[in-house]
Design a protein around this ligand. Structure first.
Ligand SMILES: [Zn+2]
Length: 110
């Protein structure tokens, strides 16, 4: 799960479907259609999501998603929220990948 997918799961709930390469589908937070999804993840580019409903066309990165969801927040509130979510995302990734470097799983086996 990419950070953007993690963030959208927090905002919109679990993805309706997920293809595993960075693409996950949700109902669009703007128009409500099922045409909204994250784009395939390419490490060279900032991960973005967009809505393919031609009447809507909502698109953006993690900060834009938060802007849509919390329009009252300032830019610095948003950065704080992203930093906080990123920490949570990294922690959840560490938890879901047991084994290598995980001291606790080693200890419990002995
Ligand atoms: Zn839309």
């Amino acid at each position: 799960m990419t950070f953007l997918e993690f963030l959208l799961t927090k905002l919109l709930g679990p993805a309706r479907s997920s293809s595993g390469n960075g693409m996950s589908y949700w109902l669009c937070p703007v128009c409500g259609e099922d045409t909204f999804h994250t784009l395939p993840d390419n490490p060279q580019f900032r991960h973005r999501a967009r809505c393919w409903n031609s009447k809507c066309g909502f698109r953006g990165d993690a900060a834009d998603m938060l802007k849509e969801h919390f329009p009252e927040e300032t830019y610095s509130d948003r950065l704080d929220r992203i930093a906080h979510l990123e920490k949570e995302w990294k922690a959840s990734k560490a938890r879901s990948r047991p084994g290598r470097g995980d001291m606790r799983s080693g200890a419990s086996r002995c």
